[in-house]
Design a protein around this ligand. Structure first.
Ligand SMILES: [Zn+2]
Length: 451
């Protein structure tokens, strides 16, 4: 751990030349390791030269393919899909070691293909060091640490629970290793009702609040409505793209710093946000390539079609040039914050526009934000979800304040007026009496386009 920490600091201080050097050396090492231990990679790389330290020379991999070739993928030949499936079927083993030394992390993902990832001790060490040195280290100032000494170090995380999800599994592991950490780490389920969420976060009085962007935005709304009163020194939003509107809401509501982070089950601590809202990629331990549909590089400043991830830390199940599916824009030129690590902004795979047809057959795109803001400003709406569940239909799920009897009528009229403006008079708007729903992975989306 200490040597990894020391190296992280050295790379951060030295800059791009040392980042590139670390990438090349670690990639060559990973490729050699994958070829030696994984039948899948041995076959995939059979026509490549013996020594590879240029990532663009390697073929692209996908979750679908790796999951299909699971038993050939791992470099530890004892890791099998049947065994890992049996392990994750047991909720008591969340955060417990698999085969006495691995962590298992699952994701439902946007593609619908479930990923089950096995991660080794080296990965865990790198992630822990990244958290200490690059996340908290740059986010918290000396006075923040002093305030934390006074007020207590309490991290509340609003995450998906009940499964081997990356964040929850790691929190359980940390507590399992040192039970006293229960006092400083509380995971509140994003699946709980809004009242339980507010009560769970409020009673813990966190100094650090960490959660999915949509959940943190919900808490910000509750705080504004006077139902929550917390004063976190740091708010970390993760896993989802934060809209400008939600970012502003969170920032105006909570007094402390607000920082974004970018991670996935395949590499949790991929990038950490700076005060200029750029996400600095930990490029000494992960290679992130923004690419177009044909996997050709996309220059900085332009949003990519997808992004390829190479995880240089985890060796048991190598993730090399893996199609992650996110659209990423690399920052052209150095970031004014002074961090020499490459910076990106991420637009997740969340649909930003909903597509409908006018009576004359023409297609009309309506921004999700346009619909969401209507619900957002309807008095009495505590939580909402607008779902396009047919080509010409919107279904609205609502959680209303007590006595907000007119909220639905108001929102329906507002949606109706917006659709009519777009010549979409035959798009139906209906209410679903059920409350808003989260994805199986626990993420919450206020506007859901037809998939
Ligand atoms: Zn920056």
């Amino acid at each position: 751990m200490m040597s990894v920490l020391w190296d992280l600091r050295r790379v951060r201080r030295t800059g791009p030349a040392l980042v590139a050097e670390r990438q090349r050396a670690r990639l060559a090492d990973l490729v050699a390791h994958a070829r030696a231990g994984s039948p899948y990679y041995r076959q995939l790389y059979r026509d490549l030269p013996d020594h590879v330290d240029d990532v663009t020379a390697l073929p692209v991999t996908t979750k679908t393919e790796l999951m299909a070739r699971y038993d050939d993928w791992a470099t530890d030949r004892d890791v099998t899909l049947a065994e890992v499936r049996a392990f994750i079927a047991d909720p008591d083993r969340i955060g417990a070691p698999y085969r006495d030394r691995y962590q298992v992390v699952t994701t439902s993902g946007t593609s619908g293909v479930r990923g089950v990832f096995v991660q080794d001790q080296r990965m865990y060490t790198v992630l822990s060091a990244l958290t200490v040195a690059r996340a908290s280290g740059s986010w918290l100032s000396g006075s923040d640490y002093l305030a934390m000494l006074r007020r207590g170090n309490r991290v509340a995380a609003v995450w998906a629970t009940g499964g081997h999800f990356a964040g929850y599994s790691t929190a359980r592991r940390l507590i399992r290793e040192r039970p006293i950490r229960q006092r400083s780490i509380r995971v509140i389920s994003v699946h709980s009702t809004l009242d339980d969420l507010v009560a769970g976060v409020g009673s813990f009085r966190p100094t650090i609040l960490n959660g999915y962007a949509s959940a943190v935005a919900l808490l910000a709304r509750e705080q504004r409505a006077g139902r929550l009163s917390i004063r976190p020194l740091l708010v970390i939003t993760s896993a989802e793209t934060l809209t400008e509107q939600d970012r502003a809401l969170i920032r105006e509501t909570f007094p402390g710093k607000v920082r974004d982070q970018y991670g996935c089950s395949e590499f949790m601590g991929l990038a950490h946000g700076c005060r200029h809202d750029w996400l600095h990629v930990n490029a000494d331990w992960a290679i992130l390539e923004p690419v177009d549909e044909q996997f050709r590089p996309v220059p900085p400043g332009r949003p990519s079609h997808t992004v390829l991830l190479t995880n240089l830390a985890n060796r048991v199940q190598p993730i090399i040039r893996y199609d992650l599916g996110d659209s990423v824009t690399a920052r052209p030129g150095p970031c004014p914050c002074g961090n020499p690590l490459p910076a990106v902004r991420v637009r997740g795979r969340t649909a930003e526009v909903l597509s409908f047809r006018r009576p004359d057959g023409r297609k009309v795109a309506v921004p999700a934000l346009a619909l969401g803001t209507l619900a957002d400003r309807t008095p009495g709406v505590r939580m909402f979800q607008i779902i396009q569940d047919g080509p010409q239909r919107l279904t609205v799920r609502l959680l209303l304040e007590d006595g907000a009897d007119r909220a639905w009528d108001q929102l329906r009229s507002a949606l109706r007026a917006l659709l009519d403006t777009h010549n979409l008079s035959d798009v139906r708007v209906e209410r679903d009496p059920r409350p808003p729903e989260r994805t199986p992975g626990g993420k919450f989306r206020t506007v859901v386009a037809l998939s």
